[in-house]
Design a binder for this molecule. Structure first.
Ligand code: EZ4
Ligand code: CO
Length: 412
């Protein structure tokens, strides 16, 4: 079975998505997600200009060989654009293989290791009352684990808090509830580490007092701290028994986590911006983390992320795959199949896409009693409705950035 057609479909129902659509000589269609939030068209160009011409005529069955060919023959290795493009091809080939075998992809990966996937949602509120309402709303929807983000005294806007003002600026169009915003320039936010470090433990104390000790709670520090600040935060959150503390230090410096680890038993999650197993080499071997945050979409697809997670499993490190709305329904489905199959699944981030997105991408996963399941359709179980997709052309959008009070650019 050979590939005869490869189209890169860009659509922006509630946000921008990049989907690779492969077709075989037998008429089987496979989908792969290559969405890189805020840099979408770089992946489109990489695919259209450099990858699509290599795909036509290739044997659709040779997933590993195609991965190695795309990775090694480029010579220039790693990086988010390259790895998202390879992920799109890899995921689409798994979709095709599942359809050809008439099996859901998780069966090809070894079959289900569990009944469903524990998922966490994003509760947030500028102040505690809004946060508590948001946690209750998530519980009412069935979430059994919840990420908690709040405002910080003295800061106007901060990562993780849905801001109504930006929705209004978009003429009432809700650009999903993730931080990227449509527009010509990125939003500028402010940041103050001392205020953040003082405030966050008081928030978790209040949440534990209100919701009790059972509810698994997560928090994302979003790469903004130095190693010693991160160590301090981990230590100060220990009484509140977090499920994980995410991205405490900037991801580039793996050794920073040695220092954090020496000071705290708060579990650590990292890797949503990592692309390859080599980004994890030291932190997995030295057991400096507890959860791998990589998404199928940004880590070279199912083939490569499975290798990362198999390596992690030797050290009792589990998956915590990145699942914000900037992972498309195709990418989310791919990681549900992978998460269902591997033994060392930890938790799946699940934010829920908007209505228009669900019309463009027809999906078959289920969400019941707080557990996700990818469904049993052959392949990934997602169809792309091309007519719906064509209604929503690309719109430029940027992630925001931070400045300190003195004007210095800071990690966002
Ligand atoms: O900021 O997906 O844990 N989730 C996150 C996300 C990321 C966005 C960036 O595109 O950190 O909200
Ligand atoms: Co994160």
């Amino acid at each position: 079975m050979h590939l005869v057609k490869a189209d890169v479909v860009v659509t922006s129902p509630d946000r921008n998505f990049v989907t690779l659509r492969l077709e075989t000589d037998e008429g089987i269609v496979g989908l792969g997600d290559g969405t890189l939030n805020g840099r979408e068209l770089a992946v489109v160009a990489y695919l259209q200009e450099h990858v699509v011409p290599l795909l036509i005529g290739r044997d659709a069955a040779r997933i590993e060989d195609t991965w190695q060919f795309l990775y090694r023959s480029a010579y220039w290795r790693r990086g988010p654009v390259t790895m998202a493009a390879i992920a799109a091809v890899d995921t689409a080939l798994w979709d095709i293989k599942g359809k050809a075998a008439e099996m859901p992809v998780y069966q090809l990966l070894g079959g289900a290791s569990r009944n469903g996937l524990l998922a966490y949602g994003h509760a947030s509120g500028k102040e505690l009352p809004e946060l508590f309402d948001s946690i209750r709303e998530h519980q009412a929807q069935g979430y059994k684990a919840i990420r908690v983000q709040t405002g910080v005294p003295g800061l106007k806007s901060i990562y993780g808090i849905a801001s109504n003002a930006t929705y209004e600026a978009n003429e009432g169009v809700r650009y999903d509830h993730e931080p990227a915003q449509r527009g010509d320039l990125p939003n500028e936010e402010d940041w103050d580490t001392r205020s953040y470090l003082r405030h966050v433990p008081t928030v978790f104390e209040a949440v534990r007092n209100e919701f009790g000790p059972e509810l698994p709670l997560l928090h994302d520090a979003h790469h903004r701290l130095t190693p010693i600040q991160a160590a301090k935060l981990g230590k100060s959150l220990e009484p509140y028994d977090l499920f994980w503390l995410e991205d405490v230090t900037p991801a580039e410096n793996q050794e920073a986590l040695r220092l954090v680890r020496q000071h705290t038993t708060t579990p650590l999650a990292i890797g949503e911006i990592f692309n390859t197993v080599w980004d994890y080499q030291l932190i997995i071997r030295e057991q400096l983390i507890d959860y791998v945050r990589s998404a199928v979409t940004h880590t070279g697809g199912i083939t490569h992320l499975k290798k990362v997670l198999d390596y992690a499993s030797q050290y009792q490190i589990k998956s915590g795959m990145h699942g914000p709305t900037d992972i498309s329904p195709v990418g989310l489905a791919a990681q549900m199949h992978l998460g269902l199959a591997i033994h060392n699944f930890g938790i799946q981030e699940y934010m829920q896409h908007g209505e228009r997105t669900d019309q463009v991408f027809e999906q078959s996963f289920t969400w019941q009693d707080g557990l996700l399941h990818p469904g049993d359709k052959p392949g990934l179980g997602v169809d792309l409705n091309l007519e719906e997709a064509a209604k929503y052309p690309y719109q430029r959008a940027y992630l925001p950035f931070n400045r300190l009070a003195d004007g210095t650019v800071h990690d966002w």
